[in-house]
Design a protein. Structure first.
Length: 281
């Protein structure tokens, strides 16, 4: 059985990070180990007064324990990291656990719509960029890309801008980069992949539903790494991640007011399994 380890927080209520990654990656038939980096009562978007327990110091201890058992993973998937020291511990974890064939997949989850999430300082994006430099694949949105590159966030852009941004991201060190939440017109939304190894682009779009729900970036990232681990094909992974994320948004739309904290992805897990079967044929 293929194995992924995901390193990110547990938000006890709100459906993001580990509470999205674990069910989705498991549903895709892949074993999912976790390293929880912090425990929050809720995620930081739209909730006031959330609690935050920092588990940074557990990361090196978990790593040392796992080394005794020679555990190995097909992919290391990192998401939201709640402090500078967590980034350093994760870089250290990758040094010890990246073997031949291990895919290092980094979602630099730290902002959206031109702003950093609550709690991050101005130096955080440059530090996250260091982690991205050690990755095989990174999956920022346009906000995270702009912050890491030290460029202005653009709400309106064209394909040239997206391609330039992807190339600039890979110049920082990652082999491949995917920009999520890309929309060149009002009716479609999707993601664009750049492979710096053969200088190629691949785009995939689905319907653009103009509503935003929390945690869709985590849904995209979890399905992408699950599909990539399963099929070893980035294009299939991109298509599945876009299609599943849109399907979750579509399902949640009737309750967009009461459910903005996260999508009702649970209702679409059967669709995710169907997608895997379809791509297996
Ligand atoms: O969805 C990304 C995410 C993950 N974890 C926490 C968050 C966020 C986004 O706000 O606050 C704690």
């Amino acid at each position: 059985m293929k194995k992924v380890v995901t390193i990110q927080d547990i938000s006890c209520f709100g459906k993001c990070s580990i509470t999205v990654a674990l069910p989705l990656i498991s549903a895709m038939g892949i074993e999912c180990a976790i390293i929880p980096t912090s425990v929050l009562s809720t995620h930081t978007g739209g909730f006031e007064g959330f609690t935050f327990r920092d588990l940074s110091e557990d990361i090196p201890k978990i790593k040392e324990h796992w080394k005794k058992y020679a555990l190995s993973f097909d992919a290391i998937y990192t998401g939201y990291l709640g402090s500078h020291s967590q980034i350093d511990y994760v870089i250290d974890f990758i040094k010890d656990f990246k073997k031949d064939g291990t895919v290092v997949f980094v979602d630099p989850a730290m902002g959206d719509k031109g702003k950093l999430y609550t709690g991050f300082d101005d130096a955080f994006p440059a530090h996250m960029a260091k982690l991205c430099a050690s990755a095989d694949i990174i999956v920022p949105n346009l906000t995270e890309a702009a912050f890491m590159l030290g460029r202005e966030y653009k709400e309106h852009y064209d394909e040239q801008y997206v391609h330039d941004t992807l190339k600039a991201l890979c110049k920082m060190g990652a082999k491949k980069a995917v920009l999520t939440g890309i929309s060149y017109d009002k009716t479609t939304q999707g993601a664009v992949l750049y492979n710096s190894e053969d200088d190629s682009f691949y785009s995939y779009f689905n319907e653009h539903i103009p509503v935003s729900f929390h945690g869709t970036g985590d849904t995209f990232a979890s399905v992408f790494i699950g599909a990539l681990t399963h099929f070893g094909d980035e294009k299939k992974a991109l298509e599945m991640a876009v299609d599943f994320t849109v399907e979750c948004i579509r399902s949640t739309l009737p309750e967009k007011e009461s459910h903005s904290y996260g999508t009702k992805f649970e209702e679409r897990i059967s669709y995710l399994i169907d997608l895997i079967k379809k791509y297996e044929e």
